[in-house]
Design a binder for this molecule. Structure first.
Ligand code: WT7
Length: 653
């Protein structure tokens, strides 16, 4: 058994690295955690004063009176774009803020001073040409190009609330989010490039805006130069308008708790939730975790491969790195094009020091290019990060050995859209790491695994991953739905009789107190590190006129972590005439309703579904069948127990 497969193996931090690390050992970590425990508000208040530039100081660190509605840094005023840009101009104006590499290898370096001018102009455009005001919602539907970051920061500068919709979402999904957010502006691009070919975004926006829409103006950035249609009076060219904008736009004075952005994510119902993050607390933790978890130094180059359409792209491509004045790499392309050496070529070329990606990408790169890392000089790497799903030991081993030459720390960062930033993660200079283990709560984060009675889970016992005290970057609400916010996160687990934040994930302590995340405990599945609500996929499939019933579950998938498995009952008079055609037709509906990310890996047409007498679908049984497991659950309470065997037999065929 190799050392890494042996779960007990512990990898100590690289000594050379630890010498200069911000947190150098576990004693320092413990001291920080003790300080937070002893004086929670003092801990956070101290950092908020030290790390942020305030236009007006806050008077109270935390107002907890309306828990779970918590206010941080009450009375303080600031602007997030100032945190990310203006305050760096005195010492870093000519430093690269963003290094952009396009799909086709085109490159661009944007200094902090250039970023300042670009964002100011963008802000003026939104304000003066489109009349965007503080509190207005702006949808950003963009490829991975620097203008996406400008758009986010421009919104922050004028106090508008941005909501980025991942470019892979369909017109229908985009429309739902536009309507829920009641957005008046959409910022998009003609399209972009993927694998050397143009793809389009603007036509999707056109479709999303057909019919009634709250959107008045659309701003289109030119990226791939393909032909698009323009709606007079609604659509405007960024490239034209930006030329006329003043390069100075006074930042809006924002309260600590003024909303910064919404980001829609999947929950256990068919409707995605607009997770709301506010200004001061979010940006503070974005910056602190960049410093602690990636330990980026002044001359380092940091690359996170996420898309700005997800929370990782928000916090760890744009807000976190820029808040600390780092150089952040933005990449338009896919990691396996033109070959599976692309990321390593980029690491060599830009001398990347911290590299942050998802286990699904590591598995693909491993599978398609096991020996690629050896072809490049990766000696600049110091910290390797993973996020989004549990990483399996073989992928971890390859990442550690082949990419990191057994000298880089691997930070398995556990967090979610709602937490704003990391909550459980190794610290690269301090934490002895264990493969595939998120290790310990970060300083200041009271993360704890609780059992159903609210007691700390025993070693080896599966419990609920919770955070027992509110923290600055915690979700502030579900847009337009106060009840859903309270019910989704503060209903299920209590400690000392009081509700605590429950992540929705299961987790376990080992004998050394290390935390391992075991996965979601709800009907949310994790496909390639992204959350997909089974109810959302079911709602889409149900739109097909032939479908009578559907149940969607997750099934382990070699590359994606989890794949989507749909059990479908067709309307009786129709039957399955042609299975291939039926699958095609249903896929079309999914593409229309959600997008390619929700396409099913398996579809099984069954005569019925296992249901209790009260009509509840037993997804647990369906999950077992999908995995090919023997059914050990008690099925006697089912309305028709025979259906279990029928479905299992169908799958064996
Ligand atoms: C869910 C959050 C966090 C940004 C990307 C996804 C899972 C996340 C880990 C990890 C095991 C992880 C959880 C979580 N998850 N990081 N290091 N180990 N699981 O954000 O779409 O909000 O999904 O991803 O299940 O709840 P998201």
């Amino acid at each position: 058994m190799s050392q890494i497969e042996n779960k007990k193996q512990v990898f100590k931090p690289n000594r050379e690295f630890a010498k200069d690390a911000r947190i150098k050992n576990m004693c320092e970590y413990q001291a920080l955690q003790d300080a937070a425990n002893e004086d929670y508000e003092g801990f956070w208040g101290g950092y908020a004063k030290e790390k942020l530039e305030w236009m007006e100081p806050f008077t109270d660190v935390m107002d907890n009176k309306n828990f779970p509605f918590v206010n941080w840094f009450v009375g303080g005023k600031l602007n997030v774009s100032v945190q990310c840009i203006d305050r760096h101009l005195s010492s870093r104006k000519n430093k690269a803020a963003i290094i952009f590499e396009g799909d086709r290898g085109d490159k661009k370096i944007i200094t902090y001073l250039e970023l300042y001018y670009n964002v100011n102009q963008f802000a003026n455009l939104l304000k003066n040409e489109f009349g965007v005001k503080k509190g207005d919602r702006v949808i950003i539907y963009m490829p991975m190009i620097p203008e996406a970051a400008y758009a986010m920061l421009a919104c922050a500068r004028i106090g508008a609330i941005h909501s980025i919709v991942f470019g892979g979402f369909s017109a229908e999904a985009l429309k739902d989010r536009i309507e829920d957010a009641d957005a008046k502006v959409v910022i998009t691009a003609d399209g972009a490039f993927r694998k050397d070919k143009p793809y389009m975004l603007k036509p999707v926006v056109d479709e999303a805006l057909s019919g009634n829409t709250p959107v008045e103006k659309v701003l289109v950035v030119e990226r791939n130069g393909e032909d698009i249609t323009w709606v007079a009076g609604r659509d405007y060219s960024y490239n034209e308008l930006i030329k006329h904008q003043n390069t100075k736009c006074e930042p809006e004075v924002m309260e600590s708790e003024d909303p910064l952005f919404l980001l829609y994510t999947s929950g256990s119902t068919g409707k995605p939730k607009g997770v709301q993050h506010n200004s001061a607390g979010y940006i503070l933790w974005a910056q602190m975790t960049m410093e602690w978890v990636f330990d980026v130094k002044e001359n380092d180059t940091y690359w996170c491969t996420a898309d700005v359409g997800w929370i990782t792209g928000h916090t760890y491509i744009v807000y976190g790195p820029l808040a600390m004045g780092a150089t952040t790499v933005m990449f338009e392309g896919v990691p396996t094009y033109p070959d599976a050496g692309r990321p390593w070529k980029m690491v060599e070329e830009y001398k990347i020091n911290q590299f942050y990606t998802a286990p699904t990408a590591i598995r693909v790169l491993h599978k398609m290019g096991e020996n690629e890392p050896a072809k490049y000089d990766l000696s600049s790497l110091k910290v390797l990060g993973t996020v989004g799903e549990p990483i399996d030991p073989p992928a971890w081993k390859w990442y550690y050995e082949a990419v990191g030459s057994s000298k880089c720390a691997i930070v398995d960062t556990y967090w979610q859209t709602e937490t704003g930033g990391h909550i459980v993660s190794p610290l690269p200079g301090a934490t002895p790491i264990k493969p595939a283990c998120a290790t310990f709560p970060l300083p200041g984060i009271m993360a704890e695994i609780l059992d159903e009675h609210g007691n700390r889970a025993e070693v080896g016992e599966k419990g609920f991953m919770c955070v027992t005290r509110p923290w600055p970057s915690m979700i502030r609400g579900v847009w337009g739905d106060k009840d859903r916010f309270v019910k989704s996160y503060f209903g299920d687990v209590k400690k000392d009789g009081l509700p605590v934040y429950f992540t929705g994930d299961g987790a376990m302590y080992d004998e050394d107190g290390y935390i391992t995340i075991t996965g979601r405990t709800d009907d949310v599945i994790n496909v390639s590190g992204h959350r997909m609500g089974t109810a959302e996929v079911e709602a889409a499939i149900k739109k097909h006129p032939n479908v009578a019933e559907v149940a969607v579950v997750g099934k382990p998938h070699e590359i994606k972590g989890e794949g989507i498995f749909a059990y479908i009952v067709l309307k009786s008079d129709k039957g399955v005439a042609d299975e291939v055609e039926e699958v095609k037709a249903i896929n079309k509906v999914i593409l229309k309703e959600i997008g390619a990310i929700a396409l099913c890996d398996d579809m099984l047409f069954t005569p019925g579904l296992p249901k209790t007498r009260s009509g509840k679908i037993m997804r647990r049984i369906l999950r077992s069948i999908a995995k090919g497991e023997e059914i050990t659950q008690d099925i006697s309470t089912l309305e028709d127990p025979s259906i279990v065997q029928i479905i299992a037999n169908m799958l064996k065929k």
